[in-house]
Ligand binder design. Structure first.
Ligand SMILES: Cc1cc2nc3c(=O)[nH]c(=O)nc-3n(C[C@H](O)[C@H](O)[C@H](O)COP(=O)(O)OP(=O)(O)OC[C@H]3O[C@@H](n4cnc5c(N)ncnc54)[C@H](O)[C@@H]3O)c2cc1C
Ligand SMILES: Nc1ncnc2c1ncn2[C@@H]1O[C@H](COP(=O)(O)OP(=O)(O)OP(=O)(O)O)[C@@H](O)[C@H]1O
Length: 565
């Protein structure tokens, strides 16, 4: 399958060319045509399970998909045991590491390591590295993965500890010749890969030392890393990542999904497969979603969401018109949490889009979902190109700018108490559900960085804590761009809050959902509540463009922060 790729230009003008007016008309169309059970305007306390199918429907959707993607033509020609080290690839469908492990062995041992480092703190500002909602999502992914593996005659060994401690000792205990895993790109993950490889090399040493009769040619277990997180395979790009262009159109082939046999068993004999921990056992306080979207973790839910969004609700054909929405499950695909945990393969989405185009229709919207996935690819590829500069204050461009780290001001942003309903609603949504729309993310990023003048890394790290779909490449890639320290010097990405509110939340539905005290105000005032709402903590950098909301600010002066407090 060949498609034309336009690697997104470094210029974020892309976001502007993509910008579409999100009209009230379109919103009503979605509500009425897509989700008949939903009211015209979203009630202020609703919880929306994503996907909205019941467990029976989800199981049957996943079973049918697996049937379509099973193939018994592959031949198993290996010996001994191989290990699959699951990381951010918590799926069975289109899992090349699992496939290769099966082909190359007589028994596969699937392992997931609960790495304590993932539950420590973020690098600079000490926020929880993984918030409770994402932890819960991952737990659900693991439970589902275990179920899926058991259906294929395997199981999932759950181990607590660092992969570099666990995998070499398992490889030794089971005599495994290879550990298969998916390759990552950011330094924390690369460090773990290096440590695992080092640990495995030592297994050979200790074996040879412990048994002098063994031939010196005995191999130590290998770590085999496989590329599998993107739509385009790294090896298929028509250029090296080091010379990744800012803007390019090229022909690139998308590989087909890997088709696994119906049975992958047997696993080696294991006394205790371990148990999937609870959120509390990970040292976190469990949180319940009582408002907004409640995403279900796992491959079953991921496949069901694709079916729900593409086929049952038939929303793919209007995606391009609705994707800038902010409220409810149906304005965009909501695939990101499953893509980030790897419970959904981007190549599977591609094949479903192609099937939809064949069986229903092809239009700009069907293409646009793929276009967004190319953005995702792009951030992953540039994370290789730019390395750790992605995480540094000056970003890849090494911009020298003055930022401050005013904690109190930052907290008004984080807690959704800035006095700007649009910011507050989005930030409350993030804390309460672990999700925020792409539109919301761009707006709160611009506000933090440009109106508040705060160090963008504080925002990025807070997103790292909270997002269900946290992925270092997409998160830090988008933040560096939003902060103007990405590799594109051309654009000042200022988002005017009044303009964004008028365009994307004209009836104040999103703000009234998340800030219920605004619900009683007339629709046109919900985003511009004046004295009916808390005081604004900073003035806007470029003032107001709407007469409704010329509102006093608690702290005078441009970027004055809380310094006058
Ligand atoms: C400041 C900021 C931080 C972000 N952090 C993350 C993050 O940690 N993880 C993450 O997956 N996305 C991140 N995004 C990108 C984007 O907001 C989400 O991917 C999107 O909102 C997810 O919703 P969806 O699945 O319904 O997207 P859709 O609109 O349905 O798009 C389909 C898929 O395309 C990809 N995609 C869409 N937009 C982008 C984008 N701008 N960058 C990269 N991929 C994109 C996602 O995989 C998404 O699931 C961030 C954006 C911003 C502005
Ligand atoms: N997966 C990830 N998620 C979040 N942050 C990451 C990830 N991988 C790497 N980083 C960040 O990359 C940076 C790498 O720091 P490291 O000390 O390894 O290198 P460095 O270039 O010397 O950075 P610094 O100069 O900040 O110390 C840190 O900010 C780290 O948090």
């Amino acid at each position: 399958m060949a498609v034309n790729i336009i690697l997104p230009p470094s210029s974020l003008s892309l976001w502007h060319t993509k910008k579409l007016i999100y009209s009230t008309q379109i919103r009503f169309r979605i509500m009425s045509s897509a989700s008949k059970s939903q009211p015209q305007s979203v009630a202020s306390s609703a919880v929306y399970q994503v996907p909205g199918l019941d467990s029976h429907e989800m199981d049957s959707t996943a079973d049918k998909t697996f049937e379509r993607y099973s193939s018994n033509t592959a031949k198993r020609n290996g010996k001994g045991v191989s290990i699959v080290w699951f990381r951010n690839d918590l799926r069975v469908l289109d899992n090349e590491a699992l496939f290769k492990a099966w082909v190359s062995s007589q028994a596969v041992l699937p392992v997931y390591c609960i790495d304590p480092r993932l539950f420590q703190t973020t690098y600079y500002f000490g926020f929880p590295k993984t918030g409770a909602l994402r932890a819960q999502f991952i737990i659900e992914c693991l439970a589902d993965l275990k179920k899926k593996l058991m259906k294929k005659g395997l199981n999932l060994l759950i181990q607590h500890g660092k992969p570099e401690d666990i995998l070499p000792s398992l490889a030794k205990a089971f005599g495994a010749h290879t550990v298969y895993a998916h390759k990552e790109t950011c330094s924390e993950e690369l460090q773990v890969e290096r440590s695992v490889a080092r640990g495995l090399r030592q297994v050979e040493l200790s074996r040879a030392q412990g048994n002098s009769s063994r031939s010196s040619s005995t191999h130590s277990p290998k770590l085999q890393l496989i590329w599998g997180s993107t739509l385009y395979h790294l090896d298929d790009l028509p250029f090296s990542v080091g010379s990744l262009p800012d803007s390019v159109e090229a022909k690139c082939t998308i590989r087909g999904c890997i088709r696994l046999p119906t049975s992958l068993g047997p696993p080696p004999s294991v006394d205790d497969w371990g148990i999937i921990p609870s959120v509390e056992q990970l040292g976190l306080h469990s949180e319940k979603v009582v408002k907004g979207m409640r995403f279900l973790g796992g491959e079953t839910a991921a496949l069901s969401r694709v079916t729900e969004y593409f086929w049952n609700k038939d929303l793919l054909k209007i995606y391009k018109e609705t994707r800038n929405g902010m409220l409810g499950p149906d304005y965009s695909t909501k695939f990101s949490p499953w893509l980030a945990s790897g419970s959904l393969s981007p190549r599977f989405i591609y094949e479903e889009v192609k099937r939809y185009e064949k069986e229903r229709l092809a239009n700009d919207s069907t293409y646009w979902v793929l276009f967004e996935l190319i953005w995702r690819d792009y951030f992953r590829f540039i994370s290789i190109k730019y390395g750790n500069s992605f995480f540094h204050l000056g970003g890849p461009r090494k911009v020298e700018k003055r930022w401050h780290q005013d904690q109190k001001l930052f907290e008004t942003w984080r807690n959704g108490c800035t006095g700007y309903p649009l910011i507050d609603a989005n930030m409350k949504e993030l804390s309460a559900s672990g999700f925020m729309s792409n539109r919301g993310r761009q707006i709160v990023c611009s506000f933090l960085v440009r109106d508040m003048g705060i160090d963008w890394r504080m925002g990025a790290e807070w997103f790292e804590t909270c997002l269900l779909d946290y992925d270092p490449c997409s998160n830090y890639g988008n933040w560096t761009y939003g902060a103007g320290v990405g590799n594109d010097p051309r654009e000042d990405r200022y988002f005017s809050i009044p303009k964004q509110a008028q365009t994307y939340d004209p009836d104040g539905e999103h703000v009234a959902f998340w800030v219920p005290e605004l619900l009683t105000l007339p629709k046109e005032r919900r985003n511009f509540p004046g004295k009916s709402y808390i005081e604004q903590v900073v003035p806007l950098k470029f003032g107001s463009s709407n007469k409704h909301h010329s509102q006093r600010s608690k702290y005078g002066g441009r970027h004055s922060g809380l310094r006058n407090r």
